[in-house]
Design a protein around this ligand. Structure first.
Ligand SMILES: C[S@@+](CC[C@H](N)C(=O)[O-])C[C@H]1O[C@@H](n2cnc3c(N)ncnc32)[C@H](O)[C@@H]1O
Length: 245
């Protein structure tokens, strides 16, 4: 089973086993978009629990008073990764997805507001369609936001042949052009998706990004599947390269 309608997820804040936070997720079963029923996918659980092992991102000079988001999640789904990042990195995160997903995402932000605040984090959500990544509408205000992001997160966002191009376009449009900026993603290594993943890597490299760290993880036995998951961290290789239109 590679997805869950489970309603509570334990997320590690450090290597200490007891140092965990519980992220609550509203029941997403009645919501669907992009031909998928909404669920929390295995990549999200892997990435949420990997975040504390990554170097803490340098989020200096980001936030509402600047034109750089600290952390933006693309294709957030139920929001597990972006909510976890807010607690692990003690920062503000913005979770984005397609319009039908937003009400559930907003409910999850509200459900976890107090626990995130206790850990020094906060979250907001908005609409960001990868096919039109210049347009980002904040759910709370309805306003369009022109911000770049210091860190972009994406879990299980490569499952059709259009996704490599769309996702590269979204990352190129939204990742801050800075040596501090990072794009972090995680996906299952299913045979049927490997060509898409290869395509995505090539497109990211062509856009001027370089992979600086990568690894593989498996889910625990409760997920009842043995698909390995790959995570990788990207940064701009050459800050002078202009993204292709
Ligand atoms: C397989 S789900 C993964 C959700 C979540 N990241 C997880 O791992 O549980 C893929 C997500 O990408 C979103 N998505 C697909 N196409 C998109 C697009 N063009 N723009 C924005 N989000 C998109 C879907 O709505 C869905 O929430």
């Amino acid at each position: 089973m590679s997805s869950r309608t489970r309603l509570a997820f334990h997320v590690s804040l450090s290597e200490k086993a007891s140092d965990q936070i519980i992220i609550q997720i509203t029941d997403p079963r009645d919501v669907s978009a992009d031909n998928l029923a909404l669920a929390t996918w295995g990549s999200s659980e892997v990435l949420a629990n990997m975040l504390h092992r990554l170097p803490i991102p340098d989020l200096s000079s980001t936030g509402l008073q600047t034109d750089v988001f600290p952390v933006l999640e693309l294709g957030a789904g139920t929001g597990l990764v972006g909510l976890s990042a807010a607690a692990v990195w003690k920062c503000w995160t913005c979770l984005t997805d397609l319009p039908p997903i937003l009400p559930n995402l907003e409910a999850n932000v509200a459900l976890n507001r107090d626990i995130l605040a206790q850990h020094g984090g906060s979250a907001a959500c908005g609409i960001l369609d990868w096919s039109n990544p210049e347009k980002h509408i904040f759910e709370s205000t309805g306003h369009a936001a022109a911000f770049k992001a210091r860190v972009i997160l994406a879990a299980d966002t490569v499952y059709s042949e259009e996704h490599p191009e769309l996702l590269t376009q979204a990352v190129a449009a939204r990742l801050e052009k800075s040596d501090k900026a990072r794009f972090v993603m995680c996906y299952p290594l299913r045979i049927g998706y490997l060509d898409h993943i290869r395509d995505l890597w090539e497109r990211l490299e062509t856009a001027g990004l370089v992979c600086v760290d990568e690894g593989r993880e498996s889910l625990d036995k409760s997920w009842d599947e043995d698909t390995p998951y790959e995570w990788c961290v990207w940064r701009w290789q050459d800050l002078n390269v202009q993204p292709e239109p």
